[in-house]
Design a protein around this ligand. Structure first.
Ligand code: NAD
Length: 357
């Protein structure tokens, strides 16, 4: 019904849930109808601003009781697929966290179910919101750098190496599916595809677990079964070579995600933690380069992104549900990234390049 508010519910009340609630729940004519998480509600990490929202410990009961039009899935990775299927069965559109699923088969099943239910599905590739990434995408799409020659991407964090960081589901491969590769690598995989407009033709990778164990809050040690470090190489459309490195244990790096690329006319770098800045190097000789760092907020540059009002993830799906033409990361994008992750894992088993269809 055109004028009735969009009924919105969240499954999983941890750290990321607050971002979904803020981005989706703050939009005009959106009513937050419920939050569900099996843990004791007293322990939920979701912001206190949402304390008045009806709370449930059973997702199915919440879906029955609240009949949402849109559901965010903010749980550990293992539950993305079953809870997405559940929400679709209840007739809701789905905004799911990344990585989309534990493996390609699950992600395919989610996309098939979404299409059969005729609902929309979004994956929260949140770095598509970084203004500098969007601006770089526009520059490249307009051919300002000329033909692309190379791409290098790093996503470095330190949190897992810190003794204060407790053992969690993120360190258990049976629940997380991946370590740095799936948690951070999936952002790099989607980010490069988003910024360059190029897709993956073949990949080869390696991953390691450099931290044998972590202790939980009770001081009990558990083995870390996920990768803490991963590196991979990709050939993109047109033969462009892209290199990737990610880690959760690089001291001194809080959250550093950088995409650097060169075209015939210049080298450009964008950083997740410098939302409004873009580094550009031009000139033919190493000793005669110019480095340009913008000192005006990129948000103020009249790009297509700014002109369209700049819907972000995960909230852009609300615009799409309301029939507006918006570019947001869909289940198809999530599935594509999952296929690249799957191919990297296959290459680690076989020691050989894996081709993507
Ligand atoms: N897009 C991003 O940049 C970004 C950033 C952080 C986390 N994430 C993703 O968000 C998801 C959750 O991460 P987080 O940091 O919020 O974790 P978290 O540990 O803070 O919270 C997870 C919550 O899910 C709950 N939960 C566990 N099993 C559940 C189930 N079956 N049904 C409902 N709730 C369940 C837990 O009790 C917990 O409250 C992960 O998939 C993660 O990869 C994405």
């Amino acid at each position: 019904m055109k004028n009735s508010p969009l009924r919105y519910a969240v499954i999983g009340a941890g750290g990321i849930a607050t971002y979904h609630l803020r981005d989706i729940g703050s939009q005009p004519s959106v009513e937050i109808v419920g939050i569900s998480d099996p843990a004791d509600p007293a322990t939920w990490r979701v912001a206190a601003d949402y304390a008045a929202v009806p709370r449930f410990q059973d997702a199915e009961k919440m879906l029955h009781a609240t009949r949402p039009d849109l559901v965010s899935i903010c749980t550990p990775n293992k539950f993305h697929q079953p809870l997405t299927l559940l929400a679709l069965r209840h007739g809701a559109h789905v905004a799911c966290e990344k990585p989309m699923a534990m493996n390609v088969a699950e992600a395919e099943e989610m996309e098939v179910a979404r299409a059969a239910a005729d609902r929309l599905g979004g994956i929260n590739f949140s770095y598509r919101n970084v203004t500098a990434f969007r601006f770089a995408r526009e520059l490249i799409a307009r051919g300002e750098l000329g033909r692309l020659l190379r791409v290098n991407t790093v996503y470095l964090q330190s949190f897992l190496g810190a003794p204060a960081t407790r053992y969690s589901w993120r360190n258990d491969v049976a629940i997380a599916g991946f370590g740095a590769l799936g948690d951070l690598g999936v952002h790099m995989i989607d980010g490069v595809r988003f910024v360059t407009g190029l897709d993956y033709r073949r990949v080869v990778g390696i991953a390691q677990t450099l931290l044998p164990e972590k202790t939980d809050a009770a001081g009990i040690a558990h083995p870390v079964t996920t990768d803490t470090n991963a590196a991979f190489l990709a050939e993109l459309t047109g033969g462009v070579v892209a290199t990737f490195e990610t880690t959760q244990v690089a001291p001194g790096y809080g959250n550093f995600f950088r995409i650097e690329l060169s075209g015939e006319r210049g080298t450009l770098a964008v950083h997740s933690d410098h939302n409004d800045e873009l580094w550009l190097r031009i000139g033919g000789l190493a000793t005669h380069h110019a480095t340009w760092k913008t000192d005006i907020p990129l948000q103020k540059i009249p790009t297509e992104f700014a002109a369209t009002g700049g819907p972000t993830t995960p909230g852009a799906i609300v615009h799409a549900i309301r029939g507006r033409q918006v570019d947001f990361p869909t289940f198809a994008d999530g599935l594509r990234a999952q296929r690249v992750l799957g191919a990297i894992l296959d290459s680690m088993k076989t020691g050989a390049w894996q081709t993507l269809a």
